[in-house]
Design a protein around this ligand. Structure first.
Ligand code: C2E
Ligand code: MG
Ligand code: MG
Length: 556
């Protein structure tokens, strides 16, 4: 223990970064020599004092409180002002880490001021980082150029794309004139903070000059850049409070893509700037791609989102039901509810076209709630009509599964329709479970506690570790149709399908095969002990009337 303490002290002494340790309340317990050098305060002048005093007045009170929030891991603040002992403010980056004691309780905070984040600026009296803009402490144009070129090299090797978004505030001169330049500076600083918050760690947000900012983001599809643009637009939509006044601002964003629009930073910047001018000319508060056919694609996506919202209101969605057959008796054992969209203008639209967009925009939560309710009411109706009860599954997307009110929604769908929980099954996919396994298991258990079935859809396509499978409180595994499709041609796939069936049986799970299209598929599955088969061989998804015709009446 004494060794550990001595080692800890030696590390603190040796590091060039300024380190301050506080208790939960923010009272300073310890600082290292670098902290003394960077802030000018000797240790005995600080220990025992409230660390907020170092940051107050020059930062907002909310910001000071946020520093000492206890949840989460290390937080990075790119631009923090702190007070130097001689009274001047200094600008630098700060890492804040909440520390837990051995019992897992929050006990301490470690604040680290990164040593490379300083450089004296004689003119302004402030200290600042090389490569960083003095006002916002975001990377400046030179550093952005560097990062973009670096990312271009990586992207070239990996055959990937990059988007460069350039954004200018609409009507910034009007705001500047109305509130004064100092207020304008505060606004720019706050805009920069919001920008830094919405981007991912792999992205770079920078200030180019004046009211112009930029974000560089590696992308795997054009849509990714639209998502970033929309996040940025949404982030600055909320009003800013500048000197007690609410200020509303918007961005015009221009987007260019490596390698389609340019292969160097200079080319991309030029393209993005001209796209931004175009966005401004089209009324601002929006984005434009440099390449015009991208605009058409983005508009399509946007109009799809609008049309989906309208479709919910106008009741244009409907459910089809695909039978799941008992492999031995050949009777309908259950079904899966699959959404369809009857658009008055564009006709019949399959889920492959709109579900991904609904997921990106979050609209899937509302759509999914509708699906769950509609399915519950329909199953109950069939039961009331005297048909043999069957279990129906509905697909639940990641957004829905993570939503806090998932259970409430399931409960009210059941209660309102009068359906018993055991006739409803939720289908989720592996990828939804792997991020945070423990909390996913808790959610799954809660669904099971209600009495509903729970299955893993498209099994085998995600990357779930088999070791978790035994811990997942599921009732059913659905083998992805890719495995069934190739069973004829590919010996390996066949073995995998066989192994999944064996695994499910070993774990006492029901196993459902998707996508059985021909007799050979069905025979293979039957021979290998797969209980339930869903696929075109037996039936395509059917509308209510056609599905009903497949149900058998209860013997009375
Ligand atoms: P999924 O959940 O894996 O649904 C099975 C899909 O396989 C359905 O496509 C079904 O028509 C298709 N299928 C069934 N048997 C066969 C077959 O023998 N051969 C072939 N080639 N395909 C077969 P569908 O209805 O187009 O749905 C596609 C996906 O859209 C679904 O995949 C599901 O992920 C999603 N989806 C559908 N409805 C909903 C919904 O209400 N909510 C959510 N979140 N997603 C949904
Ligand atoms: Mg499914
Ligand atoms: Mg599936």
């Amino acid at each position: 223990m004494a060794d550990a303490e001595a080692l800890f002290a030696a590390v603190l002494d040796a590091t060039a970064d300024a380190v301050m340790v506080t208790d939960r309340a923010g009272t300073i317990c310890r600082i290292n020599p670098a902290f003394h050098r960077l802030t000018g305060f000797p240790s005995d002048a600080l220990v025992g004092r409230d660390a907020r005093e170092l940051f107050s007045e020059i930062n907002s009170a909310e910001f000071c409180d946020e520093l000492w929030t206890e949840d989460g891991d290390t937080r990075f603040y790119p631009s923090v002002r702190s007070k130097h002992a001689d009274g001047r403010a200094q600008l630098h980056a700060l890492n804040m880490t909440p520390i837990q004691d051995s019992a897992g309780q929050p006990s301490r905070f470690v604040a680290v001021i990164l040593s490379d984040s300083f450089q004296s600026d004689a003119a302004s009296g402030e200290t600042r980082r090389v490569g960083y803009d003095a006002l916002t402490n975001l990377p400046d144009r030179t550093l952005l150029a560097d990062r973009v070129e670096q990312n271009i090299l990586n992207a070239k090797r990996a055959n990937k794309s990059i988007a460069l978004l350039v954004m200018g505030l609409d009507r910034f001169t009007v705001i500047n004139d109305a509130l004064g330049y100092a207020a304008g500076d505060i606004l720019l600083h706050e805009v920069a903070e919001r920008l830094a918050k919405v981007i991912r760690t792999s992205d770079t947000a920078a200030r180019l000059d004046g009211d112009k900012f930029a974000v560089m983001t590696p992308i795997s599809a054009i849509d990714d850049s639209v998502i970033v643009a929309e996040k940025v637009l949404a982030a600055i939509k909320k009003p800013f409070t500048i000197r007690g006044e609410e200020v509303f601002v918007t961005f015009s964003i221009g987007i260019s893509i490596y390698p389609t629009d340019g292969e160097t930073f200079d080319d991309l910047l030029k393209d993005s700037l001209s796209a931004m001018q175009f966005a401004k000319a089209s009324g601002g508060a929006g984005y434009q791609f440099f390449a015009s056919d991208m605009n058409a694609k983005a508009r399509n996506r946007l109009s799809l989102e609008k049309r989906m919202r309208a479709a919910l209101v106008n009741k244009e969605f409907l459910l089809y039901y695909q039978p799941k057959m008992d492999a031995t008796t050949g009777k309908v054992k259950g079904g899966e509810a699959l959404i369809r969209w009857q658009d008055p203008q564009h006709g019949f639209i399959g889920p492959g076209e709109f579900i991904p967009v609904a997921e990106e925009t979050g609209l899937i939560v509302e759509i999914g709630t509708w699906v769950m309710r509609e399915a519950c009411f329909q199953i109950k109706k069939w039961q009331d009509m005297g048909y043999e009860p069957i279990r129906m599954s509905v697909n639940v997307s990641a957004h829905q599964f993570k939503a806090k009110d998932l259970l409430d929604k399931v409960k009210s769908a059941l209660a309102d329709s009068g359906l018993e929980a055991k006739w409803l099954e939720l289908e989720i996919t592996e990828s939804m479970l792997m991020n945070d396994v423990e909390s996913a298991i808790a959610r799954m258990q809660a669904v099971r506690d209600l009495g509903c079935g729970l299955s893993i859809d498209d099994f085998g396509t995600g990357y779930s570790s088999l070791s978790y499978l035994g811990r997942f409180p599921i009732t059913t595994l659905k083998i992805d149709r890719a495995f069934i499709r190739d069973v004829q041609e590919n010996q390996n796939t066949k073995e995998i399908a066989r192994a999944i069936i064996g695994l499910s049986r070993g774990l006492n799970l029901e196993v459902v095969a998707e996508g059985a299209e021909i007799l050979e598929h069905v025979e293979f599955l039957r021979d290998n002990g797969c209980d339930v088969i869903q696929g075109f061989y037996f039936s395509k998804p059917l509308d209510v009337k056609a599905f009903e015709a497949k149900l058998s009446k209860k013997a009375s």
